[in-house]
Structures are given as structure tokens and as C-alpha cells.
Design a protein around this ligand. Structure first.
Ligand SMILES: NC(=O)c1ccc[n+]([C@@H]2O[C@H](COP(=O)([O-])OP(=O)(O)OC[C@H]3O[C@@H](n4cnc5c(N)ncnc54)[C@H](O)[C@@H]3O)[C@@H](O)[C@H]2O)c1
Length: 421
């Protein structure tokens, strides 16, 4: 049907294509190109090109694609074109996703699977449920601390790269249970590295965190800022980051350590649900749904304009795409084998501003309760993601907080339909 890739990038042609064929909601097609057979995928999130072929020719599943395609403006297609031309082609890999039953790991696993990689999820389900596993990937129920099982999985599944999300993630809890955090997040990761070395796995994408910075002296925070965590959670991640350069130098491990700021939002039926929940946006949405009476604001005396903490919110889709880019970069020998990148939007919102945004999006009053500060919470954490934008061409698409909260709200209402007042 298609002779070259160029017609796909022609906006008029795209519009025509969308009108005629988009009734199938999610479209995957293949076409010959100068570089061989390629595929493209048209989803509610955009147009994606792949250098491999898809086992099925058409995928279904996203209800609103048709209307999205009709309403998409030329600038949407231009931005899609910019993004897709930056995507580097790579062969499918066998990848292990630890923590892939969780919020972020599950989203990344889903995108990896869609991109044609063979995905194996490894999770002990301590903070997630089997029902939250994305469809498609092979699942191994196991603890990262079980080195023998991990090694058998790496070898048995012929794993070529690991994306390591499994961790305990609550800064507040880590102030009460530091040993649990160092054991689960640091000691276990050392075991993972040992297993990777035994199985000859040389590529790693590591989930790090803005909590490695502590109280930054300047904002937005750049990757070379001082690293002084204010809680054991941040320290448990920083310790791993300090091990990585040695493994790169001595064993040739190629790694990307991605320091996430506050991840939020939902996509393709996956949203933020931690057990127990400690993150601001889902907690606020619980209040909007009537599942909670009010939202607690921890500290109104911080040195910020309204006295509440300021954080940088990044949409989970943007974050997940950065992982695919980092993995592709690890696969390119000309790229450095050690990368550290911040992932955030570059704009901070105070707790009060997030509550206001949620009031606008949901139309609910959302009462608040002001309580004293929690130990270990820095006043301001805002990222500079200029480095990953410059070096890998990543760019966040969701820069508007209302938009991020709207996607979370839509998913939240589906997850708890009976609670909707
Ligand atoms: N959510 C955020 O805003 C945020 C911000 C910065 C960094 N991070 C990092 O991102 C990663 C994923 O976070 P998330 O929000 O998806 O959390 P999550 O709790 O939803 O997912 C973590 C998953 O890891 C699993 N897990 C924990 N310990 C394990 C172990 N020892 N063995 C096997 N599985 C184990 C849990 O069962 C869970 O499924 C974490 O490493 C976290 O530190 C998250």
C-alpha cells in the first residue's frame, strides 16, 4: 500500500488516512521503505514508527482514537513528526522489568511490549496486584532479593537488558524503617547486579529519584548538583548510583540512571495506585471522589510563596518514553555507557496549586487540613531536564498540570466507579 515513508509524514495525507481508516481505534500497519520493512502505529497518543514487524496487522482497544484523529490539529501532527524522526531504530531486545506490576514499571513494560521487545516482568507483588500486570509480558513472581531465581530468570529468558523499578518508594516510611529501605532498595540491587554479571547482562536502566538531591541550593536542579538526601529512601537510591560507575569501569556495564521527579497521570488504562497510597495527586482525587474526607497539607511554613512544598510533576507517558530512549541509547555503541538524567517538567507547583488544579479539573470542593511538616521533606524540588533533551532528544508532551490531573482523574473515576458521588 505504501511505497515510502514520506507520505506518512504528509499532514494532508495523514488527515485523509485518519478519516478513512481510524474507525479501528488503534491501527498498526506495515509498509516497505528504503531501509526494509517498517511498521507504524497510530494510537490516541500519536504516531509511532518501528523498524520491526508486528505479529498482528490491526490492534483494537482505544475508544476515543477516532474522535482524537478528527480533532487533531496540524501542529499535533508536526509535533508527532518531530518526535518520531528523533526516535532511533533498534532491534527488539529481551528485557527484564523488575517492579513491572507497579505503576511506572507496568507502564514502561506496556510500551516496551508495544515496541516489539520481549518483556519479562519480575515482581514480588508486595505493593501491587497480579490484576495490575499489563497484558502481554511474561510474568515471574519473585523477589529481587532472591538472587538464584533472578539469575535463573535472566538466563532462562536470555535477557539482554534490565529496567530496574522494584523498590519501596515512601520517603516518610523510610524515616521510620531505614533498614528495610536499605535492604529492599540497595542490598537487593547489589544482588541484581551480581545476577546480571553471572548472566552476562550488560545494559541497565535504573529508576532513581529526585530525592537524591535533598535540599538543593539552586533551582531548577541540574544533574551535577550536590547529592545530599534528606531521607533513607533517597540515600538507598544514591548508594546504588554510587556503585554503578564502578561496575561500568570494571565490568563494562552500560547504564542510564533516571532521576524522576513526581510522576503522575494515567495512560491507556493504567494509572497511579500505590498500596498504600502516599502520593499527592491520587490522594487529592480520593477526596474528590468522596473516598476520603480531606487532603492533609504537611507544612504551610516552608520558604515558598504560599508556604507549601513545591514539586515538579511529570506525566507517566513522558517518563515512560524516556526509558525507551535511554534503552535505545544504551544499545548504540557510540553513546557513552554511563548516563544520568533528570526527568521532570521544569516547572514547580505548590501543594496548594495542585489542590486548586484538581478543584478546576474535577469540579469538587476538595477540603484541606493543615498539619505540621513531615520530617525529610525538602521545600522545593524542580528539575532541569535540559540534559536529556539535548543529548537524547526527549521532550515532555504534557507540560500543563491540569492536563496531567485530568488524565489521572479520568482513570481514577474508572478505578473507583462506585465512589463517584
Ligand atoms: N512514583 C513516583 O513519583 C516516583 C518518583 C521517583 C522515583 N520513583 C521510582 O520509580 C520506581 C517505581 O515506582 P512506582 O511509583 O511504580 O512504585 P510502585 O510501588 O507502584 O511499584 C514498585 C513495584 O516494585 C515491586 N517491588 C518492591 N520491592 C520488590 C522486591 N524486593 N522484589 C520484587 N518486586 C518488588 C512492588 O511490588 C511494586 O509492584 C521505584 O524505583 C521508585 O523509587 C517513583
Amino acid at each position: 500500500m505504501f511505497k515510502t515513508i514520506e507520505p506518512l509524514l504528509n499532514i494532508n495525507w495523514m488527515t485523509m488516512f485518519a478519516t478513512e481508516y481510524a474507525t479501528t481505534y488503534w491501527i498498526w500497519n506495515e509498509f516497505p521503505s528504503k531501509e526494509g520493512k517498517k511498521s507504524f502505529e497510530l494510537t490516541p497518543d500519536g504516531l509511532h514508527f518501528h523498524s520491526f514487524t508486528c505479529p498482528k496487522t490491526v490492534k483494537y482497544g482505544f475508544k476515543r482514537c477516532h474522535s482524537w484523529l478528527h480533532s487533531a490539529s496540524n501542529s499535533t501532527f508536526s509535533s508527532i513528526k518531530r518526535q518520531t524522526t528523533k526516535q532511533k531504530e533498534m532491534l527488539p531486545l529481551n528485557v527484564l522489568v523488575t517492579g513491572g506490576a507497579g505503576y511506572i514499571g507496568g507502564t514502561v513494560a506496556m510500551l516496551l511490549q508495544e515496541a516489539g521487545h520481549h518483556v519479562v516482568i519480575y515482581d514480588n507483588l508486595i505493593h501491587s496486584q497480579r490484576s495490575a500486570l499489563p497484558a502481554g509480558p511474561f510474568f515471574v513472581e519473585g523477589d529481587v532479593r532472591d538472587q538464584a531465581k533472578l539469575e535463573a530468570t535472566l538466563q532462562g529468558q536470555k535477557i539482554e537488558a534490565v529496567l530496574h523499578f522494584a523498590a519501596l518508594i515512601e520517603a516518610g516510611e523510610s524515616m521510620q524503617e531505614p533498614i528495610v529501605y536499605f535492604n529492599n532498595n540497595t542490598a537487593s540491587t547489589l544482588g541484581l547486579f551480581q545476577a546480571m554479571q553471572s548472566a552476562g547482562v550488560q545494559k541497565l536502566v535504573f529508576s532513581s529519584t529526585a530525592a537524591v538531591y535533598g535540599e538543593p541550593e539552586t533551582t531548577p536542579i541540574q544533574e551535577d548538583a550536590d547529592l545530599c538526601p534528606t531521607n533513607p529512601y533517597g540515600e538507598s537510591k544514591l548508594l546504588v548510583e554510587q556503585i554503578l560507575p564502578w561496575l561500568h569501569r570494571i565490568h563494562g556495564l552500560r547504564y542510564a540512571s533516571l532521576r524522576y521527579f513526581n510522576v503522575a497521570g494515567a495512560m491507556a488504562g493504567r494509572g497511579e495506585a500505590h498500596e498504600p497510597e502516599s502520593h499527592l495527586i491520587p490522594l487529592i482525587l480520593d477526596v474528590a471522589l468522596g473516598r476520603k474526607k480531606n487532603i492533609r497539607i504537611y507544612g504551610t511554613d516552608y520558604p515558598t510563596p504560599d508556604g507549601t512544598c513545591i514539586r515538579d510533576y511529570i506525566h507517566v507517558r513522558d517518563l515512560a518514553e524516556a526509558h525507551l530512549m535511554a534503552l535505545a541509547a544504551l544499545d548504540q555503541p557510540h553513546r557513552p555507557g554511563r548516563m544520568i538524567y533528570n526527568l521532570g517538567n521544569g516547572r514547580g507547583f505548590s501543594v496548594c496549586e495542585v489542590v486548586e488544579s484538581a478543584r478546576r479539573v474535577t469540579g469538587h470542593a476538595i477540603p484541606v487540613e493543615e498539619v505540621p511538616r513531615r520530617p525529610g521533606d525538602p521545600a522545593v524540588l524542580v528539575a532541569s531536564s535540559e540534559k536529556i533533551q539535548r543529548e537524547l532528544g526527549w521532550k515532555p508532551r504534557y507540560t500543563n498540570l491540569d492536563e496531567i490531573i485530568a488524565s489521572a482523574w479520568e482513570w481514577h473515576q474508572q478505578r473507583y466507579p462506585l465512589a463517584t458521588p
